[in-house]
Design a protein around this ligand. Structure first.
Ligand code: ATP
Ligand code: MG
Length: 422
């Protein structure tokens, strides 16, 4: 984004005019070099946080103790981080304490991989003490300095390495890989949330299958807080993940869970324990629940003709889990069929079934609970919910129009409406 480049260049210039050193560094320099879209323009500087704060009218003290100040330029936030070293790594996690330093070289030394330890100045010159550009050309993920030391300091780096290898289609340089195999047990100290974030990036990448296979070979998560054993990963048919689109993310997560033998009912709690939001856990689990129900009903490409029982099973899924989940399942199922070399004709069929559903919830029904109670002259009770549900199913199946008169007329007969019995 040229706007971000211009604004972040303005920040660099302001810092330099005040006598500090400043540069772009890390992910943005790397991504620009390999022609990937850049998301955050991270800036590193010799200026201390309070000096950064004093130079710009709009700042947010994002992580002052870690040296990070967010500078807001024309409403766009930029993270400006003071050159620092990290010391006192405890429990194989990143340190709580950092020490500010005045030299860029020292700052680059604490970074994880050579390709992430490249800085670029306003003059367009690169500071690349570990030949990160060479490794980018070779397609190698290589630790800065001694791999064993870097992984011992922060075990998450091992998983980052696998993630970068997967997303970029690179390889781990032999010494880096060796150190990873030696220290993989330390992954058990890493919080589920940080693991989850890496896995999300991996699954959102262009080749999640290779990533999962590499993850299997690495054994990194065999005892981790998000536990994925090599055996589970290899039996999961990870190649299917590549067939699914990266978004919505539920699709690939559902495929992974299904592959490792997690049921729809188990999936929601498992994903929550992996620190996913309740909403995400629910919608990914819904996809698996729909899949299980549809399979139980006998849905497959071959039999998916105009069969009432299949359509009813689908309609019930839409009513129980909502349209979005049903949409996700349609994509999921047809992509999986495609991966297996089957026809995807059912994709259109289920679209037709879905389009024919006039009401998904009681308030979309052309008849309210009050009308029903009055017409039948019965006291409200659990029967009312059941009846409304049957009306929803009947309208969804096209047996009754979603019109007040038609619904009223059918109230008494509703038990007999084809496809409407529970
Ligand atoms: P992404 O594309 O996922 O944003 P990134 O490399 O930019 O990848 P960030 O987490 O944004 O990752 O970190 C920015 C930079 O900070 C990295 O490029 C790297 O130099 C450094 N860094 C991040 N995490 C670590 C870590 N665990 N150990 C050492 N350096 C790290
Ligand atoms: Mg980044």
């Amino acid at each position: 984004d040229p706007e971000q480049v211009r604004l972040s260049a303005d920040i660099l210039r302001t810092l330099e005019e005040a006598g500090h050193t400043a540069c772009w560094v890390g992910g943005c320099v790397r991504d620009e070099l390999i022609g990937r879209p850049v998301n955050d323009m991270d800036i590193a500087t010799s200026a201390h946080p309070e000096e950064v704060d004093a130079l710009f009218p709009r700042t947010i003290p994002t992580g002052i103790e870690h040296g990070t100040v967010t500078v807001v330029m024309e409403k766009i936030p930029f993270e400006v981080t003071t050159f620092r070293t990290e010391s006192d790594y405890k429990d194989f996690r990143r340190p709580e304490e950092v020490t500010f330093v005045r030299s860029l070289q020292e700052d680059l030394r604490r970074r994880d991989f050579t390709m992430n330890a490249i800085a670029r100045g306003l003059d367009g010159k690169y500071v690349d003490p570990y030949d990160g550009r060479g490794d980018l050309e070779r397609g190698l993920i290589r630790c800065v300095g001694e791999a064993r030391e870097r992984f011992r300091e922060d075990a998450l780096r091992m998983l980052r390495g696998v993630r970068f290898a997967s997303v970029f289609g690179y390889e781990l340089e032999p010494k880096t890989w060796e150190a990873l195999l030696e220290l993989r047990g330390n992954m058990r100290h890493i919080a589920a949330e940080r693991i989850r974030a890496e896995l999300e990036k991996m699954l959102g990448g262009p080749k999640p299958a290779e990533g999962l296979l590499l993850l299997a070979r690495s054994g990194l998560l065999a005892e981790a807080k998000i536990r994925l054993t090599p055996q589970a990963l290899e039996s999961a048919r990870p190649e299917q993940l590549d067939v699914l689109p990266p978004k919505p993310a539920e699709l690939r997560w559902a495929a992974l869970l299904q592959g490792i033998g997690v049921s729809g009912d188990e999936a929601e709690n498992l994903l929550k324990s992996w620190t996913f939001s309740g909403g995400f856990a629910k919608s990914a689990a819904a996809l698996l629940r729909i899949d299980a129900r549809m399979n139980a009903a006998g849905f497959s490409t071959e039999v998916a003709a105009e069969e009432k029982n299949l359509r009813l099973a689908f309609v019930r899924c839409v009513l129980d889990f909502g349209r979005t989940a049903a949409e996700n399942w349609r994509v999921y199922h047809s992509m999986m069929d495609k991966a297996d070399g089957k026809s995807t004709a059912c994709f259109q069929l289920t679209a037709d079934w879905m389009a024919a559903i006039p009401a998904e919830s009681p308030r979309e029904l052309a008849l309210g609970g009050k009308d029903i109670v009055e017409r039948l002259d019965r006291k409200p009770g659990p029967w009312l919910g059941d009846l409304i549900r049957r009306l929803l199913e009947a309208t969804a199946m096209g047996s009754i129009a979603n019109e007040r008169e038609a619904l009223l007329e059918n109230l008494v007969r509703i038990e007999e409406v084809p496809g409407a019995q529970k």
